[in-house]
Write a protein that binds this ligand. Structure first.
Ligand SMILES: [Zn+2]
Ligand SMILES: [Zn+2]
Ligand SMILES: [Zn+2]
Length: 382
């Protein structure tokens, strides 16, 4: 069994500003007393934060029985859907921090657990025993719901959705994650920029398989609702302003409005519970006013994702999306001035090493909780 350092290997091309503060270990003091409080003092575990041991409980932990304090709740919301380049979640599924992580070896699971949580909640020495096993399966995958003080919530997927809807400041709806046996391959509509290569490398599409899984369109001028409904249904709609070096037949904002128009055709009916995701990426072509229009039309705030080499920002994109955790990948190294200089520079110089689709690639990893994925370079190399 492999144990990973928390946060896994740092992504080489994108620096995540938030990740260092997010991985700060929870203070070990009160946590040591957690088992004592519950077992000896007979305190209800719902009245203790199972992430840090604090008694100032704000809400209930969505996955396991127990409470959660306000700071841990914020950390949990930020990190829950963050994935590393290896395809595993970056942080512990209990406390969303953790120094060293155990990874679940169920091939359909991507969860990690920190040694401290496992030793505190399941029993001292459990992490060592788990590490020695050749095939350790996590607390959400085990057939039985309880291990020591760690008790999986009944209907935890529903609890997780309710938790995100209730606690998140993000007004976008969260969809309930899908159990493995119900996951289907994702159906993608990709406009202007093609993301086939990225989705294949993440395992969402099989190389050379059913072409119906991804429909790519460069021009949508004549596309009407009937066309999109005929090609669909879709689970993910992607669009971008043209990558550098591509001929731009229209003003940049045209791509935004066309994306928005086609998105309306592709959306499931109102009230549908079907997970439906979208992403619009601007390769720094939209003006400030256009960006404001994008935020208004798409009803989501943009985040900036950068390709950084040393201190130099080599490329950056603005992303609007309802995929979980895109917000947590936000990096704010470059100022607005730097980005506008970068945008001007790029009109003159050769295309950047990483195109927009590559820059946002890891933002698609949370879709593993919703759609089937095939064996990939990521998983086969482990
Ligand atoms: Zn806490
Ligand atoms: Zn933990
Ligand atoms: Zn698992």
């Amino acid at each position: 069994l492999a144990a990973l350092p928390a946060g896994g290997p740092a992504p080489t091309d994108v620096i995540l500003v938030g990740s260092s503060e997010l991985s700060a270990p929870a203070s070990p003091g009160p946590r040591r007393d957690l088992a004592y409080e519950v077992k000896v003092n007979q305190r209800d575990i719902e009245d203790v934060c199972i992430c840090c041991g604090s008694l100032r409980v704000h809400t209930q932990h969505p996955l396991f029985e127990g409470g959660m304090c306000a700071p841990c709740k914020d950390k949990f919301l930020d990190c829950l859907f963050l994935y590393d380049d290896d395809g595993y979640q970056s942080y512990c599924s209990i406390c969303c921090a953790g120094e060293t992580l155990l990874i679940c070896e169920n091939p359909d699971c991507t969860r990690c657990y920190c040694f401290e949580c496992v030793d505190t909640l399941v029993g001292p020495g459990t992490s060592g025993k788990a590490q020695a096993l050749s095939n350790w399966v996590c607390f959400l995958c085990l057939p039985f719901p309880r291990s020591g003080l760690l008790q999986r919530r009944r209907k935890w997927r529903g609890c997780l959705k309710a938790f995100c809807d209730r606690e998140s400041e993000n007004p976008l709806e969260t969809y309930k994650t899908v159990p493995v046996w119900k996951r289907e391959p994702v159906r993608v509509l990709s406009l202007f920029g093609d993301i086939r290569r990225e989705l294949v490398s993440l395992g969402f599409l099989e190389n050379g398989s059913a072409p119906g899984r991804l429909k790519h369109l460069d021009d949508v001028t004549d596309v009407v609702r009937r066309d999109v409904e005929g090609w669909g249904p879709f689970d993910l709609v992607y669009g971008s302003t043209p990558p550098i070096g591509h001929a731009c037949d229209h003003p940049p904002v045209w791509y935004l409005f066309q994306f928005h128009r086609i998105l309306q055709y592709a959306r499931p009916r109102p009230g549908s519970r079907q997970p439906f995701f979208w992403m619009f990426v601007d390769n720094l072509l939209l003006s400030q006013d256009d960006q404001t229009a994008a935020t208004r039309f798409l009803e989501a705030d943009p985040v900036t994702i950068q390709d950084v080499c040393g201190r130099a920002v080599r490329n950056a994109v603005h992303v609007w999306s309802n995929i979980p955790a895109v917000r947590s990948r936000h990096s704010a190294l470059a100022s607005c001035e730097e980005l506008s200089l970068l945008a001007q520079d790029r009109q003159r110089t050769k295309p950047p090493a990483q195109g927009p689709a590559q820059l946002v690639k890891n933002c698609f990893l949370p879709l593993r909780e919703y759609f089937k994925y095939f064996s990939t370079e990521l998983t086969s190399s482990l």
